[in-house]
Each structure stands twice: as C-alpha cells, then as structure tokens.
Design a protein around this ligand. Structure first.
Ligand code: ADP
Ligand code: 5SP
Length: 498
C-alpha cells in the first residue's frame, strides 16, 4: 500500500494526515503551538515552533499508523496565509513571524493605497488589509530598521516549514496571492509594486504552482521527522486554496464555508474576470489557472476558543456546547459580534471590537455560547450576502474546519445561510487538499478533479428549516446594525487598549 501525507500548518495547531490511494484516512496527528499577543492587535508565532510541532506530529503519524516511511510517496502542505517570515542571508528568521490576524499595520495600508492608487486593485486584485504581507514588510522597515537591515528575503509560514524540510525556497501562487506583491492575473511578482516600495526582486522566492515538485526530504529533516528521503515534496498552497481543493470546490457552482481560527466563505472563479471591487479577497486557486473569491471573518473559531478559554477553562468544546441545542434560535434575545481582533469582511476595520448586546438576567452560559456561534455565523452570512448581491447562486455550501465538528453548528449554518450545508467525513479540508496535491503530483491521478472524485467523501447534508431561517433573517438585520452603532464607541475605546 502506498500513501501520501498532507500537512496543514494552521494557526492553532499543525495537523498531519496519512492517506492511501483510495483516499482512506489511515492516521492523523496534531501538535498545538503558542500565539504571542504582546500588544493589543499584535499576533505572532515562533517559526521554530512550527518546525518542532510538525516534526513531532509526523513522528506520531508514522508511529501510530505503523507504516513503512518508504511507502509514503509524496507530501504537501497547506498553510495559514499572509504571515511574514523574514530571513537573513543564512535562511534564519530575523524575528518572530507576524501573522495574518495581526492588525498593527493600518498606517502602512494607507501608505500602500496612496502610493499605488488604482494599480492596487488592478494588479493585486485586493484592497490593502492589515493582515496581508506587504504592510507587514513596511512596518518592520519603519519600526525595526535594524532588524530589517539583517533581512534579505521573505517567505510565508508553510514555505518556511518546507525550506526546513528540503533546504529549498519557493512560494506557490495561491499563497503569493495574499502578499499584495503578486500580479494575480499574470502570475508573477509585480515589478510595479516592488519598485514602488523599493523592495528588491531578490527578496521574493521563486514562484511555483501549488502542485509543483520542489525536491526531496533532506537527510537532516529525515532524522527530525522520521520521513524517508525518497518521499517527493510538492509545494502546497494557502490553507483556503487547499481547503477548497479538499472540499471539492474545483468547478463553478459550489461554495465553501470554513470555520477554523478565521472564518471563510469562498467561491470558485474559473478565470480572473470577476470584479468584486475589492469588497472580497480575490486569489489564485491551488488548481492551475483557476481563482477564488472569499470573504473573511477574522475571529470565527477564535471567538469560540476565546469564550472557552475565558469562561469554560479546561472543558472540551463538546462539553461546553452540550446545552446549546436546547436553547431556541436567537439565544433568547442575546446577540454577539465576533470582532474581537478587528474585522475584514464586510467591515475592514482594525479598531472595531466585539459586543454582547441584549444581556438579560435569565441568560446562562449556554445562551452566551449559542450567541457566540450565531454571531460568527451571522458574520459569515454577510459574505454570503455580498456574493448573492453580486449575482452568485449560493445554494450548496461544503462546510469544513474545526467548527464543522459540531452538528448543531452545521444545522445553524444551513438555517442562517438558507442553503444546503454538506459536511465531509473528515472536517480537515486543508490537510486533505494538501494530500490531494501530493497524490496528483505522485502520479496517482491525472488531475485534482479526478482525485477529488475519490478523496472528497461527503458525509451528511443539513437542510434549512423554513421557520428557523425566517427568525434568523430578522435577527440578522438587527445583527447588521451593531457594527455601525458601536463603531464610534470602539474608536473612543481604542486609546484604552494596551
Ligand atoms: N468540537 C468542536 N465543536 C465546535 N467547534 C470546534 C470544535 N473543535 C474545534 N472547534 C472550533 O474550531 C477552531 C479550530 O479549527 P481548525 O480548523 O483546527 O483551526 P486552524 O486551522 O486555524 O488551526 C477552534 O477555534 C474552535 O472554535
Ligand atoms: O487570513 C486568512 C485568509 O486571508 C486566514 O484564513 C488565514 O489563512 C488563517 O487561516 P486559519 O488558521 O483560520 O485556517
């Protein structure tokens, strides 16, 4: 029996999957790592933690499954997007990585808008958002000049991990799309953007397709992980591109909902012609010559994790959410907005913060927990609204990510989204997408589409309940007012956050 491995370098943890030629999952392993929030709005990770976590997770995978490492033909990666890993001339990080959910770069975003003008949207197809990579490069240049002086190139998180496994530096198009340095339609680094910010072209790694073969596991990495040096390494892609591959979003018509640390509503785009005027993100897909558009809720799963860590410390998600299904839709008049680290879609606003509105003496912790789940789902529904307003049909949504482990949440998604929600046998779409890239690269299938027909296994469909959907429609309109009505208050409170 031959296998491939998919590695998903997430924000909360790294997850590894071992899958055979029939798409059957043989083993999975995971290792968590720390997030550093030294100041309000900052979010960093130590790249060394990714390497150690992945090595430990791969060792666990091999031990648990009992496979002969020689039988693992290929490995590929899915990675949290946008994180800046600045490297010196010896490929050592010059500081911690600044992550996608770090919002310190508002000033640099305005600078990018002023400098690039219309070119920003025409070349990069995206607005300047705090989470993207270019503003982070400019922040380090401005505020840590001595650190910046030591840097000679940059990578994204999974590319750094792959460098440590193979010794080679690359970046795939789907992840490069989130840097604001890529000419999305032309699929090359933009000379216009690089020269506007005086970034030498040598800062950028060679570009490859997500399925591109990039080398073999080095002898050192083989010692560290237990993998064989005969295993072929394929580049991999952005976690949302890989999530889309692993959920079978490989042709027009299907929509993805992912609730990981962030939350995403994503639709497939066959070419680069769609114009959402920068209201949603527009990136290269992991499937060659395809694209996708997506709206992002910055703190989706993260809001529920924050709630658990703060009010149910030590409990599992399942234990904390036990009573949630007994509470009627609407949490008895309690609403939550998940802006706890700022927001992206539809409100690109680094200063906005979350609210519980309508707290009543009768509310229990379970009401609050349900309100958090509903608030996250309402936020994602804002992206669905945007896509529907742009003329997209959204009637079937494949749901992945940690949030898809909970059946009550899946039904809630169907009710709020007014769409059929499909759950997969394994909710780890990005890891599965990475494994599919390795399977196609290893020659098991001619295309990702052919591989998807075998690997993407649907488990159950949740259908919207008309009465509950009607109730949620009314609540959604009330939810939407909270942003405008709390914006000014949050701007005033900004000075009190450290
Ligand atoms: N059993 C569960 N029920 C509901 N939500 C869950 C459960 N387990 C995890 N989650 C949610 O999923 C999130 C993690 O999802 P995951 O896809 O692993 O994230 P990432 O890829 O960002 O590391 C958590 O923050 C949590 O909100
Ligand atoms: O910033 C984005 C997308 O633009 C995030 O989706 C990150 O890619 C992190 O993903 P998760 O850790 O939530 O999967």
């Amino acid at each position: 029996m031959k296998y491939v491995v998919g590695v998903d370098l997430g924000t909360s943890a790294v997850k590894t999957l071992l899958i055979d030629q029939a798409g059957t999952l043989h083993a999975e392993a995971t290792r968590e790592y720390s997030l550093y929030h030294d100041k309000a709005g900052w979010s960093e990770q130590d790249p060394e933690d990714w390497v150690a976590g992945t090595a430990g997770s791969l060792q666990d995978l091999i031990v648990k499954s009992g496979v002969n490492p020689e039988d693992i033909e290929g490995i590929s990666f899915s990675g949290q997007m946008h994180g800046l890993v600045l490297l010196d001339a010896n490929d050592r990080p010059v500081r911690r990585a600044i992550l996608w959910n770090d919002t310190r770069t508002t000033e640099q975003c305005r600078e990018i808008e002023r400098t690039l003008g219309d070119k920003l949207l025409s070349i990069t197809r995206n607005p300047a958002l705090e989470g993207f990579t270019l503003p982070k490069i400019l922040w380090v240049k401005q505020y840590e000049p001595e650190v910046f002086a030591r840097a000679s190139h940059f990578l994204l998180p999974k590319d750094y991990l792959r460098l440590r496994l193979t010794g080679a530096k690359h970046m795939d198009l789907s992840d490069a799309a989130g840097t604001l340095l890529l000419d999305i339609a032309a699929k090359r680094w933009s000379e216009d953007v690089l020269s506007a910010f005086e970034i030498p072209a040598s800062y950028c790694p060679p570009l490859v397709e997500a399925g591109g073969y990039v080398g073999a596991i080095s002898a050192e990495a083989s010692q560290l992980t237990g993998l064989s040096s005969s295993t072929k390494v394929f580049a991999g892609g952005a976690d949302n591109a890989c999530g889309a591959i692993g959920a079978g979003i490989l042709s027009p018509g299907l929509t993805l909902c992912s609730i990981g640390t962030s939350g995403v509503i994503l639709t497939y785009e066959a070419d680069a012609s769609a114009d959402y005027e920068g209201k949603v993100h527009f990136f290269n897909h992991g499937k060659e010559n395809a694209f996708y558009a997506m709206g992002v809720t910055l703190a989706a799963g993260y809001s529920l994790s924050w709630f658990r860590n703060t009010f149910a410390k030590g409990e599992t998600f399942d234990a904390m959410l036990e009573g949630v299904n007994d509470i009627p839709a609407g949490s008895n008049g309690l609403l939550f907005t998940p802006f706890i680290v700022g927001e992206r879609t539809p409100h690109a606003d680094a200063k906005i913060r979350g609210s519980f509105i309508g707290i009543d003496g009768s509310h229990t912790r379970a009401h609050f927990a349900r309100a958090v789940m509903e608030g996250i789902t309402f936020s994602l529904n804002e992206s669905i609204d945007l896509f529907r307003a742009a003329g997209k049909t959204v009637d079937t949504i494949v749901s992945i990510g940690g949030g898809a482990k909970n059946p009550v949440w899946l039904q809630m998604q169907a009710d709020i989204f007014r769409a059929n929600v499909v759950a997969l046998e394994n909710e780890q779409g990005p890891g599965l997408g990475a494994a599919m890239l390795a399977a196609v690269g290893s020659g098991w299938y001619p295309t990702l589409d052919a591989c998807g027909e075998v690997f993407v296994k649907r488990a159950r469909t949740y259908y919207p309940n008309e009465n509950t959907s009607k109730k949620y429609e009314q609540l959604f309109r009330i939810y939407q007012q909270i942003y405008t009505q709390t914006k000014e208050i949050n701007e005033s409170l900004h000075a009190f956050r450290s």
